[in-house]
Design a binder for this molecule. Sequence first.
Ligand code: NDP
Length: 278
Amino acid sequence: MATDPIPAITLNQGGVIPQLGFGVFKVDPAVTQQTVEAALAAGYRHIDTATGYNNESEVGAALKAAGLPREQVWVTTKLRNDHHAAGDVRGAMERSLMMLGLDYVDLYLIHWPMPKLGLYVATWQQLEQFKAEGLARNVGVANFQVAHLEALAERSGLVPALDQVELHPLFQQRELRSYLDRHGIAVEAWGPLGQGRFALDGLPAIADAARAHGKTPAQVILRWHLQSGFIVIPKAVDPAHMADNIAIFDFTLTPAEMAAIDALDTGQRLSADPDEVN
Ligand code: NDP
């Protein structure tokens, strides 16, 4: 099936990341290879995994089986929380590359700051090194709040390429986004569809736009992310969802529809608070 080209965003470290990716959190390792192969066949060119998802080697097997030129697929993985401990960060990065069967990843992220450990600045300095060595073409963070980003800025010259955070119509991260915009850090939305924590068709602003454009509520939400400038990585094991989520480049939400979805922000997270994950 032909799909429209996926737009890309140029990151502050030079990487050009497809704005729509495919997330594999909670994709059972037993079906990860076939799921990622199906996603690549459907046209996705950006896969978001993590050591903590226990499916890096299956993602690697799918990449190998698909046989696409390496530079045509963006691969992100993340440092698992228990690998912040000094000395283990390099081992974790090397094991990820081995599992993925790659010489480099396009993006390596600190998965959570784990603030009580007090190690994320030291970990970041290791990631700077990985970038210098070419093990990761771009490095960034996930679940970092303003205070964590300020601590990095004080002790490192390298600005994260992006911050991957919980972000969806009910939790829009306005304060954090304002900081990220001012510092040239791209915004990447995890849980972009709310992780099943709210009914996608239960919000009139979304249901009305879906009806107006002949699209599903999920497509409207993903389109809102794109038009807001976010990088977005929905997860979909169901082939119908997978196809739905990439068919979002042939319509545009009006300013009024965007404003109505902007107005859904509750300011309340639906998932974990990064300061409490330790
Ligand atoms: P999502 O918001 O992407 O929601 C996934 C759920 O939505 C699944 O149940 C999926 O069903 C369903 N779904 C997908 N597409 C549709 C559709 N078109 N219509 C209806 N339902 C749909 O949640 P995730 O938590 O998976 O977030 C996305 C990605 O973000 C993750 O996979 C991971 O890569 C990343 N992430 C990062 C985190 C971090 O700490 N950095 C934390 C959490 C996620 P089904 O699978 O059955 O198709």
